[in-house]
Ligand binder design. Structure first.
Ligand code: PHE
Length: 428
């Protein structure tokens, strides 16, 4: 479970959620995101759990086993999506590494915007991307699961505490009220905007790590005594709280320090410009808090990266009979090479995020809804294994959502995502 929480809580919460919220009109996005996460995201996580634990195989084999040969292609979709996401996520993790080093060595730069421009380009961005891939490969190859688990157990609570501390500090800023208004009061217009709905759906899946075969892979290692309902509730609640509190930190700072322009200029600006600016203004305290903050971000990012790499690794082990070490090294090398492109070009990074996170993930969730809802035999039986009485009562609800609500909604969202993706690629 800790590994799954580690996968869900990551850069999606700290980096992607605040900027997606900013783009999606603030509170409207937040409302749509919560609905999507709990109505579709959690049932679909349960669907992945049911498939993975019943099949006890990596993503491609699991889909073949519950759905038949044709559905193995969905496993390939998972493989492509997780590889692309891993490639650019590792670039961003590299930046976080640079900021943590800044905090440790020189302190945060007062002009965070130009510092960010320097960090996010050129050969050093490539070097730090490779460092972050190296760390992930090391963890997955040598199977130091105890290492990840111990680190997450220590650093995830630390991340929580730091975020809450930062949120309290942010509340004292002069523009905080304006920030909260933007973040917490929805406008009906935006709520009815299909693009906001699509963005919220895609982000909900991304943030929960569903639609990429990760939960299929992880649940294939679960025992039959695990209560899958409790598992998914803990993952979703931790994931949501971290994202929500990150918003309570970011928006007061953005409005309080008058930084909304930086954010407009670059969607990545929230985490990498607004916060370091705030840390620089807080002087010595800012340096300590900021350094710890970026270390926590790195841990959150690496535990997500580990789960992404595990999808490819476990597929190579199961399908090709490779050793774990060979499988990890090979997939790590492939991702390292792909990641050079987003390391050198922010435009490419944006397009990769759009294609993989917005489109492929949603298609992956749609395919899973069809498999678990209509193809797989009796998925409820798998959910009932190890279930608590409370969860058992909810299984029919999950079943209904997976079977009847998810497919049409996801088909609609996929269609908007496709149009949006074409627009983004054509425009940039
Ligand atoms: N869910 C992770 C996050 O919120 C990111 C991620 C996406 C991890 C896809 C694995 C797969 O940052």
């Amino acid at each position: 479970m800790l590994a799954a929480v580690g996968s869900a809580v990551g850069l999606g919460n700290m980096w992607r959620f605040p900027y997606q919220t900013a783009e999606g009109g603030g509170a409207a996005f937040l409302v749509a995101y919560v609905c999507m996460a709990f109505l579709i995201g959690v049932p679909m996580m349960l669907a992945e759990f049911a498939v993975g634990r019943r099949a006890r195989q990596s993503a491609i084999g699991a889909l073949r086993s519950v759905g038949g040969g044709r559905w193995a292609a969905v496993g390939l979709l998972f493989l492509v999506a997780s590889t692309v996401i891993f490639a650019y996520l590792s670039v961003i993790t590299g930046w976080a590494l640079r900021y943590a080093l800044d905090g440790l060595t020189t302190g945060f730069h007062a002009d965070a915007a130009s510092r960010y421009a320097a960090i996010a380009s050129g050969p050093s961005a490539v070097v730090f991307h490779l460092v972050s891939i190296g760390a992930t490969v090391g963890i997955v190859a040598f199977g130091v699961r105890k290492g990840i688990e111990r680190a997450s157990m220590l650093l995830m609570p630390l991340l929580f505490i730091l975020l809450i501390g930062l949120a309290i500090w942010a509340a004292t800023l002069p523009g905080a009220a304006e920030g909260y208004r933007f973040y917490l009061s929805p406008s009906l217009n935006e709520l009815l905007n299909p693009v906001v709905l699509q963005g919220a759906a895609a982000h909900a899946f991304y943030s929960l790590s569903v639609g990429m075969g990760i939960m299929v892979t992880y649940s294939s290692y679960l025992s039959s005594s695990t209560n899958l309902g409790r598992e998914s509730a803990v993952i979703a609640l931790s994931d949501f709280s971290v994202a929500f509190i990150a918003g309570l930190v970011v928006f007061p700072i953005v409005f309080g320090l008058g930084l909304s322009e930086d954010v407009g200029e670059s969607t990545l600006g929230v985490l990498f410009i607004s916060l370091p600016t705030a840390f620089a203004q807080m002087e010595a305290l800012g340096r300590v808090v900021g350094t710890l903050f970026f270390i926590a971000v790195i841990v959150a990012a690496i535990t997500s990266a580990v789960s992404l790499l595990e999808v490819a690794t476990s597929i190579l082990i199961d399908e090709r009979g490779w050793t774990r070490r060979r499988a990890t090294l090979t997939s790590g090398l492939v991702v390292a090479a792909i990641g050079i492109v987003p390391a050198l070009s922010l435009g490419a990074l944006g397009i990769m995020d759009q294609v993989a996170a917005e489109l492929l993930t949603v298609l992956g969730v749609l395919a899973m809804a069809v498999i678990a809802g209509w193809v797989m035999k009796n998925p409820e039986a798998e959910l009932r294994v190890g279930a608590s009485p409370t969860f058992e009562r909810l299984i029919p609800v999950a079943r209904f959502l997976i079977r009847y609500v998810s497919p049409p909604l996801l088909a609609y969202v996929s269609w908007i995502a496709l149009r949006q993706t074409i627009r983004v690629i054509a425009g940039g």
